[in-house]
Design a protein around this ligand. Sequence first.
Ligand code: ZN
Length: 350
Amino acid sequence: MQIFAWHRVVPDFDRMVRRVIPGLLTSTETFERQLAWLRENYEVVSLDEALEALAGGRRGERDLCVLTFDDGYLDFAEHAAPVLRRLGLPALVYVTSGVADSGLPLLHDRLYHLLRLALRRRIEAREGEVEPRVELALRRTLALRDPIVGLEWILKTQPRRVALQVAKWLERRLGERPEAALADSRLLGWEDLRGLDRELFSVGAHTVDHACLPNESPAEVERQLVESKREIEAQLGREVAHFAYPNGWYSPSVVRAVEKAGYRSATTTEDLPNHVGISPYRLRRRCVWEYASRGLWGFSLAVHACNFDGTLRSLGLSPWVSGERPDGLGDARPPQDSPAGETQTALSRA
Ligand SMILES: [Zn+2]
């Protein structure tokens, strides 16, 4: 059983790829061809049906696959849902409860936007302007001279509190508004989520603010898991049973916290198939985007099939990366400097 993960589906890929995190994007045209191929080669089911099969309670003629979408971008409703509806394919959207209707972009989009500007304008961090940990993160991120590498480093190593301080410092220095990145990265609001066809689309949680949980304190991990489930259930009036680890990162104590918070499953971004008996709290997913199906001259069935069917991985040409992180990385200090309403986090894994 294979779970696939997209982030964004956009009609103007060539314009957007120069403005937002490239690895999150798939063009509507390629997305349609990806789904047509999946419908031909797999039985596309909901995650609940797939979990039943993994527990040995269901058999299928063909291999099963599940379609998921991360982060709750508005382009899911505008560009992905119409294609899914036309093909009659179920899908699960993982959303962050603290972002919908907040008027702010996800922190990863905000940071990516700011890092691109900062590198273009060659700004440097000045000594002692911010607390030492934020200054170190800032210097290191800027020194990497690549917005994606810088973003990945800060998300992988820093608690959200520090990543947010880096964003605020960059906004002060660049004269940018916190909502600037929203123009190209609009998010589903609660009204949009309530409007999604319940028969076909289900909604899962992705923390309150896309926090990379292994980097957070145990108290913050619990808050992110419990509050997001409660808020989404309150807003949508339906149970939220499924969770996705932001950036695909988890640790043994985070996995236990997800189960304790009452979720029935949690997905990583470890690029392997799922088999009977696998823990429902460490489900594997293949993240796909435009270039998972693009050859030299646009869509390539050969490239697509190799990536979607895991041929490259079985040949050892695209090794899977574990999302497991050690326990105890968590930030000792509680996130006291994040006033209410300022609830954003980030991602760069694609
Ligand atoms: Zn995410």
